[in-house]
Design a binder for this molecule. Sequence first.
Ligand code: GLA
Length: 380
Amino acid sequence: MSQQDLIERLFEEQFSIAPHLLCHAPGRVNVIGDHTDYNDGFVFPAAINYGTDIAASKRDDMSVNVYAHDCDQESTSFKLDQLKFDEEKMWSNYVQGTLQALMTVYPDIKGANIAVTGNVPQGAGLSSSASFEIAILKTFAQLYELDLDGITAAKLGQKAENNFVGCNCGIMDQLISAMGQKGHAMLLDCKNLSFEDAPIPSNLSLFIVNSNVKRGLVDSAYNLRREQCEQVAKHFGKSALREVTLEQLEADKSIIDLELYKRARHVITENTRTVSALAALQNNDIESLSALMKASHASLRDDFEVTTKEMDGLVEIIDNVIGLNGGVRMTGGGFGGCIVALVPEEMVTKLTEVVNKDYPEKFGLAATIYNCKASQGAFR
Ligand code: GLA
């Protein structure tokens, strides 16, 4: 049964009527450019064929009733004019926060009955929460015929995370979930939100591997990285690290705390690599892409310090198989979760075998492999 059929059936079970509409928003994988979005930098994500599905219908009062199939089949109910952080059902805060943000633009919306399911693994760095937020926004936009565009939706989703959930994330995840293009990755300039779609060559697979070490983004570690970046920008009297050059950073190396210097060096060099990755992909120059992804992983490991030994191990295992025929690196926020590889289709079988054998041998854990396709965003 497809996820859409499943959610339609679950909605009927919960609310004893057929839903008015079904809605889908994808998760994402980031090919290159991590921890750059909140520095006004560049990212290069793709929406994937895993996501959040919602079945919903309107109500004519202010109540929102939600059944979350994958959150232990829990339900919650709240009123739009009485939103309150839920200490027990964390998932409820994504819905409440998103609706609070939506009401800053559309104060007149009313409630809804909602059933939700998703197949983006939670806490794996593939943006299950952003896909949830964008699916909620798309649902309400359709239910109430709002003229909500994808960029605004992305900003509202980010606002929900920043102001309600408590994660100071950037805009990458929400924007690609809303605006991704089937078969393409997107070079996004997070300073002005302009973007360029880049076709992923049809012989390349988006091979994603979950290290199955769970991560929590709300973890203070993510917010701390962001603060550190802001401190260095402030040192240079700039609004964001995007405005600081490598030369300027090097010139002040001796007067900047070494850890802060390394954080900034990651961001500045990652921006350059990310822009170069667009050209490499467009020219089908896989050797260059391979080198850029390798350097990105090393920088996230050594300078930004957001990888784990399991992620480093997976990258090494995959790199040994693909060499210069593809690229591999960690993806997303880090501290556990997934790695991403762009690999020739004909290497996928071999790679799957090697990962399934070597990873458990080295780390005593099974890996989960997602062979993904770049998919369409919810607002595209
Ligand atoms: C998380 C955040 C994004 C981004 C990445 C790291 O996914 O939600 O905004 O900062 O980490 O690139």
